[in-house]
Design a protein around this ligand. Sequence first.
Ligand code: NAP
Length: 301
Amino acid sequence: MILGSGPAGLTAALYAARANLRPLVLKGIDAGGQLMLTTDVENYPGFPDAVLGPELMERMEKQAGRFDAELLHQEATRVDLSTRPFGIWSGDEEWRVRTLIIATGATAMMLGLDSERRLLGHGVSTCATCDGFFFRGQELLVVGGGDSALEEALFLTRFATKVTVVHRRDRLRASKVMQDRAMAHERIGFVWNSVVEEVLGETVVRGARLRNVLTNETTEVPAAGVFVAIGHTPNTALFEGQLDLDAGYVLVREPTTATSVEGVFAAGDVVDRTYRQAITAAGMGCQAAIDAERFLESQGR
Ligand code: NAP
């Protein structure tokens, strides 16, 4: 069984299906994962003219389904990894599985604004590596004060004329080395003690209204893009206490995808807090399927 239907889950499904393992995929409620929230994907190999995130996921699902993968639009609500076969539940429905691949992904934390949701993929982004290229010669905002925010800001200076980091306090959470690097950069500026009250723009982002949390004063700043970099939450609540996790991410025995429970493998953003790319998740999904296949073989299956 495979939990999750982002690039990691669907690639694992494709490989497992082609290895004749007849995988069952519980797609989850947010089927397709984070790519469903993006527009143009220009960095997935094989699509020289870019592909829309949802279309890429549809193609991956179709490809897995072409072989013998069964995909259910259901979410696992409980798991028992203490005995093999493992128990997986979706509401009242129960499965017993010999091996499990966890590809439940991570969720980018958002500010929770209606305007942010509406303009996601239209100027609002949670991934500079993915979307920075679209903002050549423009002004950008980055929200957050941790390492992610500064890393995104530094990356975005390759394209943007100016990057403004908006942070809710007057002190950064980021490591000293990242702070020094960002502070020294001539195209990075900071707005302190401020939050984004609204992302401005009808169909595309044209700026943001910021509110100073100390004075309550609001200002409108122009920007073609707003990068929200306030952290990610790996989707692992289901596995707490059953698998070794590190800050919520599933720990794997690198270079394999084996977790602390024999027969359980994990792939994609639920493991990876470093690269977070569709292609790296897909690669890891392939590894997990091969690991699962070898595990089953070692069990005489
Ligand atoms: P993080 O360290 O948790 O920082 C999140 C930042 O977002 C904080 O500055 C926080 O503000 C702010 N924030 C959270 N919720 C917010 C909200 N609703 N509105 C406005 N601001 C909000 O997350 P991260 O930067 O993603 O880093 C996660 C971990 O990965 C860290 O351990 C980090 O060191 C590591 N990491 C390392 C690197 C690197 O070394 N190159 C790169 C990326 C990440 P407060 O400060 O006020 O809480």
